[in-house]
Design a protein around this ligand. Structure first.
Ligand code: NAD
Ligand code: MG
Length: 384
């Protein structure tokens, strides 16, 4: 079998590390073609020493010597545009879209446009530009494989769309699922990032604590599986063992279970349609004993209804939601906004900035910029 050349975007992040771990287990099957990072040049160089990619990309502002990379046989490219360049390279076969946030949209689109196999972790790309990304991927014959554990689970359980009644996305409820509601105002970034079941980057960890992560995932699912909002339900499942479920018209419900380990969906997306070793531990249901499910509480998790409202409003509304969320989460992590301020900033931004048509990338990026300006003003006003 020929070797698949994989570009890992966001290689220094949590998804990047899990992806490289799976790749390392299959040396004859996958070769690292390119590794990218935003600012952490040292961490990128350390990964290049291990994986010896053809290209490394440092997308952010950093002064770094190219010599250390070239000694390894790696060409270092600098700047955001280089991301689009490496993913479209004819020798790159598969792309792990593992950049966090709106910053991942352009390279995800570039990989889709170049007709690559796209392993999609960067959910924000689909939230901002779902119809556009899907259209571009279809036209170019790109294969879009979901890496988000819920969507990967649905993908594994999904057969004929016409026989699907609905899908049920599970959510752990994050670190604040059961704390007194009054304590949320004073919740710290450390508490919000201490996820009970998963170790992830800081932005998605805060999104899990607010449950905006699930809101973004509902929107992501809408485009990946072409189902309306009414057919996408969210269930709190504190153990994070059932990663999502598909309900069929005959009453059958099919679920995918595994330990909470991102290497499972990553290995599935890498190997598809074959299954390959992921390194994850075998699931021990006897020691887990209980799998529980409950309805999410809108008072505790106001971000979830905000996301459904954005999805129903359509057009650029999800891009506005995503941008406001990114600004609010960054302000919270920088201790410039209380935890409960995140949903307020997003809600206010959605009220102030009108949504429009999302036919073009320019319209989407303009909406993103307008929402960021409005959200930043909200953060400042709340700090005053
Ligand atoms: P992370 O913060 O750990 O890593 C982010 C990566 O993106 C880093 O390599 C960083 O250098 C790069 N990056 C950051 N800003 C950038 C910019 N402006 N331009 C280019 N590169 C930039 O994040 P993560 O937890 O690995 O999440 C990555 C994506 O995967 C997110 O969209 C997240 O929602 C999604 N995801 C993550 C998990 C998980 O378990 N971590 C699970 C499901 C989905
Ligand atoms: Mg997820």
């Amino acid at each position: 079998m020929s070797c698949t050349n994989v570009s890992v975007l966001g290689a220094t992040g949590s998804i990047g590390a899990s992806t490289l771990d799976v790749i390392r287990r299959h040396p004859g099957r996958y070769r690292v073609f390119a590794l990218t990072a935003h600012a952490s040049a040292e961490a990128l160089l350390a990964l290049c020493r291990v994986h010896r990619p053809r290209y490394a990309v440092l997308s952010g502002p950093a002064s770094v010597s190219k010599d250390e990379f070239s000694r390894l046989g790696t060409e270092l490219l600098v700047g955001h545009a280089a991301l689009d360049q490496v993913v479209a390279h004819p020798d790159c076969h598969a792309v792990m879209a593992g950049i966090v946030g709106a910053a991942g949209l352009s390279s995800t689109l570039a990989a889709a446009r170049a007709g690559k196999r796209v392993l999609l972790a960067n959910k924000e790309a689909l939230v901002m530009a779902g119809p556009l990304v899907m259209r571009v991927a279809r036209a170019a014959g790109a294969q879009l494989l979901p890496v988000d554990s819920e969507h990967n689970a649905v993908f594994q359980c999904f057969s004929e769309k016409k026989s699907v009644r609905k899908i049920l996305l599970t959510a752990s409820g994050g670190p604040f699922r059961a704390v007194p509601l009054e304590s949320l105002e004073a919740a710290t970034p450390e508490q919000a990032c201490a996820h009970p079941n998963w170790v992830m980057g800081r932005k998605i960890s805060v999104d899990s604590a607010t449950m905006m992560n699930k809101g973004l995932e509902v929107i992501e699912a809408r485009w990946l599986f072409d189902l309306s909002a009414e057919r996408i339900e969210v269930l709190i499942h504190a153990q994070s063992i059932v990663h999502s479920l598909v309900e069929y018209v005959d009453g059958s419900v099919i679920a995918q279970l595994s330990n909470p380990d991102m290497r499972v969906p990553i290995a599935y997306a890498l190997g598809y349609p074959e299954r390959i070793d992921s390194g994850a531990q075998t699931l021990d249901l006897i020691s887990i004993k209980t799998l529980s499910f409950e309805k999410p509480d809108a008072a505790r998790f106001p971000c979830l209804p905000l996301a459904y409202a954005a999805l129903r409003a359509g057009g650029t509304a999800p891009a506005l939601l995503n941008a406001a969320n990114e600004v609010a989460v960054e302000a919270f992590l920088g201790r410039r906004l209380p935890f409960t301020g995140i949903a307020r900033v997003i809600g206010d931004t959605m009220e102030r900035v009108p949504a429009g048509a999302a036919e073009t990338l320019d319209a989407i990026l303009a909406a993103d910029a307008a929402a960021r300006r409005a959200a930043r003003a909200q953060v400042l006003a709340r700090a005053a």
